[in-house]
Design a protein around this ligand. Structure first.
Ligand SMILES: NC(=O)c1ccc[n+]([C@@H]2O[C@H](COP(=O)([O-])OP(=O)(O)OC[C@H]3O[C@@H](n4cnc5c(N)ncnc54)[C@H](OP(=O)(O)O)[C@@H]3O)[C@@H](O)[C@H]2O)c1
Length: 305
């Protein structure tokens, strides 16, 4: 399938909900893997796509969390454990999903953490880069064959407007440990830029296949993601009726739209917000940066690919 250039504008807005943007879409027979299915946007996405008939593979840090989420959802949800900051866990999750021996119609890389107040590291890497980017990089790469087996497999990377506020240069390959100058939001921005760059490079790699990859910004939504932002949290909470903030039901709309809209078949390498094409930052459009990030990620995760 040829990748198409300009995604159409939809009739949906920032106020549209995940239920509204999937109304009338029959996902029977389709399998959708969602990371972070136990909370916030991931839970709402799992709930709504299950209600449209999809078989959901719901990933959470632990099997117990995934099982608890699955019990709250009407429809078929297969709970799996995937601790994204433990690459052994990610590899085991991917192998378990792969052994289910079925095509993956959609993978939504939704799980994430934001603005850890103190520098945390594992494998010598800053934790947001590891969790938000590298864990998903391993998961997607190990499952790519299954996505390609679907008639029109879709990968959806849940990025953020925060990708605009990354470190100087976009990705600081000389400071992936975060040791030199750790700034919580800037490193969140770097990890979310990495989500977008990964989607763009993956889209190039998927040319000639039936599969696509796109990235999204869900909006600003008060979820547990905000747990680390201290006084800013109460400011945001007091702005709950602020025009830029939205409900969880509305926040899950863009990823559900990009994952399922029949009108987006064949579109790849794009960035969406408010269920419509959006402008990505200059760093996100930098193909050389995307290639370099892909190569470095392959080196960092070599034992797990
Ligand atoms: N909310 C916003 O305003 C906003 C704005 C822009 C982008 N986003 C993006 O939207 C996505 C979903 O966020 P949300 O708002 O729904 O936040 P949330 O309610 O905190 O959900 C995040 C999910 O990610 C999971 N997770 C965190 N660390 C993990 C790890 N190491 N391994 C596996 N799973 C892990 C969480 O599991 P636990 O519950 O076990 O911690 C949870 O299920 C994130 O990628 C975020 O960057 C959100």
């Amino acid at each position: 399938m040829d990748q198409k250039a300009n995604p159409p504008r939809s009739r949906y807005t920032r106020r549209s909900t995940a239920e509204q943007v999937t109304l009338g879409i029959d996902l029977s027979g389709k399998t959708v893997l969602i990371t972070g299915c136990n909370s916030g946007l991931g839970f709402e996405t799992a709930r709504v796509l299950a209600s449209r008939g999809a078989r959901i593979i719901g990933a959470a840090r632990t099997l117990e969390k995934a099982q608890t989420a699955a019990r709250k959802i009407d429809g078929e949800v297969v709970p799996v454990a995937c601790e994204l900051s433990e690459l052994d866990s990610v590899a085991a999750c991917a192998d378990g999903v792969s052994s289910m021996n079925q095509p993956l119609d959609v993978v939504i890389c939704n799980a994430g953490i934001m603005a850890l107040p103190e520098l945390q590291q594992k494998y010598g890497l800053e934790m947001q880069f590891l969790t938000n980017h590298l864990g998903h990089f391993v998961l997607v790469n190990r499952l790519l064959d299954r996505v390609k087996q679907a008639p029109a497999g879709r990968i959806v990377m849940v990025s953020s407007l925060g990708h605009y506020t990354s470190v100087p240069g976009g990705i600081n390959f000389n400071n992936l440990s975060g040791e030199k100058n750790y700034v919580p939001f800037t490193f969140y921005g770097q990890s979310k830029l990495a989500n977008l760059l990964m989607s763009n490079e993956l889209s190039r790699k998927l040319r000639g296949s039936n599969a696509t990859s796109n990235a999204i910004h869900p909006g600003i939504i008060m979820t547990p993601l905000m747990r680390n932002i201290g006084s800013l949290r109460s400011t945001l909470a007091s702005l709950a009726s602020w025009p830029v903030s939205r409900s969880v039901e509305q926040g899950a709309a863009t990823q559900c739209y990009v994952a399922t809209s029949p009108g987006l078949e064949g579109f790849s390498g794009h960035y969406f917000a408010d269920c419509n094409p959006a402008r990505m930052s200059a760093h996100a459009q930098n193909a050389e940066l995307a290639v370099r990030l892909w190569k470095v990620s392959e080196e960092l995760a070599a034992d797990y690919l």
